[in-house]
Design a protein around this ligand. Structure first.
Ligand code: SF4
Length: 446
């Protein structure tokens, strides 16, 4: 009988995409995929190390699973960012782990598990993929049947001082456009309606060859890619994450030209203080950032903007924090992810004195959250009475008789609906604005 593998994913969309890729390789190698940690022969955790809490979570989960499985010890593996960074020390920290597979070893996971099943203790692989990247995931192996994440670039060269990604995922590697287009065409044939082009910094997309981009105009390779994927006819295309310094206005021109490029941009600012931005080594000032926002506001379409902010970066004073509040008020974000600074070992910021107290970080977090909540309420209320095109993705977690999905401006929209709507794009008239979602009624379905 073939061994069964349960794979649990933490972290970002990139990790979700890696897990999909790992599942494909596992099935091709003859493993059965299990949906339960209780029954599987092998349990793999695909980990995230971007925040301290995320990294700790995996060790807590390993402990939980072990307690459930006393007397039936599974093979336990750790893959992804924590594996890449911590390497062999994971075996000492958590002796039940027998496989450690780094961010570049996803394709070799089946072979690593097989060695562990044969009794080899402490199997580890942190190397680059031999023979180049293998990115593709068949449509049939995706987590969602309607929305797919398609990686276009992996790794990051920016080295923001607080960030672990350039170390855990390595330097930027872009995927050939012809590959990306072929994957999107395949997803379209399988009925997918929405694609997210993903990468830590999609704006610095730079493939080795022009394959797939021949004859396509654009100020940067990413702008050309946007026009090329729009031409596939895929119904809805979104992309994340954008980096302010590399955000070229031609991206907005492409969005204006192609209705299927959705009107949503995630543009992390991290701080509103130039002093802190310099210490973070972001390579932009608050006013550079606001110029980008101004260009977004001047676009033909009404584009939603979301962002990330870190509060309590080392040396951040009360005055610096006021600058952040001011910037948030000026921009008026549709959504904001706020994080309290936590030191990531071996990053340049880790050598700085983490001098903002825990209480102060919490107080700034709450103040910023309240500010954002007030602004967001006003933004969401503007949608009441309007119609949004929503891709129906599943049942609402709060009310089983309701369905849920996202609009093209990436708002969560809930509404009464039935199973026949799943995977369809429906027009919803918004009746209620909630804190983080909209509620409405379907006025036309296909
Ligand atoms: S751009 Fe900065 S924050 Fe984003 S992944 Fe790269 S180093 Fe990290």
């Amino acid at each position: 009988m073939n061994a069964s593998v349960y794979l649990e994913t933490f972290g970002c969309q990139m990790n979700v995409a890696d897990s999909e890729r790992a599942n494909v390789r596992l099935q091709a190698a003859g493993y059965e995929l299990s949906s339960s940690a209780e029954a599987a022969d092998v349990i793999i955790f695909n980990t995230c190390s971007v925040r301290e809490r995320a990294a700790h979570k995996v060790f807590t989960r390993i402990g939980e699973v072990r307690r459930q499985r006393i007397g039936r010890e599974p093979i336990v593996g750790v893959m992804g960012c924590v594996a890449q960074l911590e390497g062999g020390s994971i075996f000492d920290a958590s002796p039940s782990v027998s496989v450690v597979a780094g961010t570049r070893a996803t394709d070799r996971l089946p072979e690593l598990i097989s060695r562990a099943l044969k009794g080899e203790g402490r199997v580890i692989d942190l190397e680059e993929r031999a023979g180049g990247e293998v990115w593709d995931v068949p449509a049939t192996a995706r987590t969602s049947k309607y929305v797919a994440f398609v990686p276009i670039i992996e790794g990051c060269n920016k080295f923001c001082t607080y960030c672990i990604v350039p170390y855990s995922r390595g330097r930027e590697k872009s995927r050939e456009a012809s590959d990306i287009i072929a994957e999107i065409n395949e997803l379209r044939r399988h009925g997918y309606r929405e694609i997210h082009l993903i990468g830590q910094n999609v704006n610095s997309y730079r493939p080795k060859t022009d394959s797939g981009l021949e004859g396509i105009k654009g100020a940067t390779p990413f702008c050309r890619l946007l026009r090329a994927v729009a031409a596939t006819g895929m119904e809805r295309l979104k992309f994340t994450t954008s980096f302010p310094r590399d955000f070229h206005p031609d991206i907005l021109a492409a969005i204006d030209e192609h209705e299927n490029l959705c009107e949503w941009i995630h543009l992390p600012v991290q701080s509103g203080s130039d002093r802190v931005l310099r210490a973070m080594r972001r390579g932009h000032t608050a006013s550079d950032y606001l110029k980008r926002i101004d260009a977004i506001r001047r676009a033909r379409r009404n584009i939603s903007v979301t962002s990330d902010i870190i509060v309590g970066f080392p040396g951040e004073t009360a005055a610096d924090f006021r600058e952040t509040l001011k910037l948030v008020e000026e921009v008026g974000y549709d959504g904001l992810y706020i994080f309290k600074y936590s030191e990531r070992p071996d990053t340049p910021a880790a050598s700085l004195l983490d001098d903002v107290t825990r209480e102060e970080k919490s107080a700034r977090f709450m103040e910023l959250e309240t500010t954002q909540r007030n602004f967001q309420k006003k933004i969401y209320e503007r949608y009441v009475g309007r119609e949004l095109r929503v891709l129906v993705e599943g049942a609402s977690s709060k009310s089983p008789s309701d369905k849920t999905g996202h609009s093209t401006c990436h708002k969560v929209v809930n509404f009464p609906g039935d199973g026949s709507m799943l995977g369809q794009v429906v027009n919803v008239r918004i009746t209620v604005a909630k804190q983080n979602s909209l509620y409405g009624e379907v006025i036309s379905a296909p």
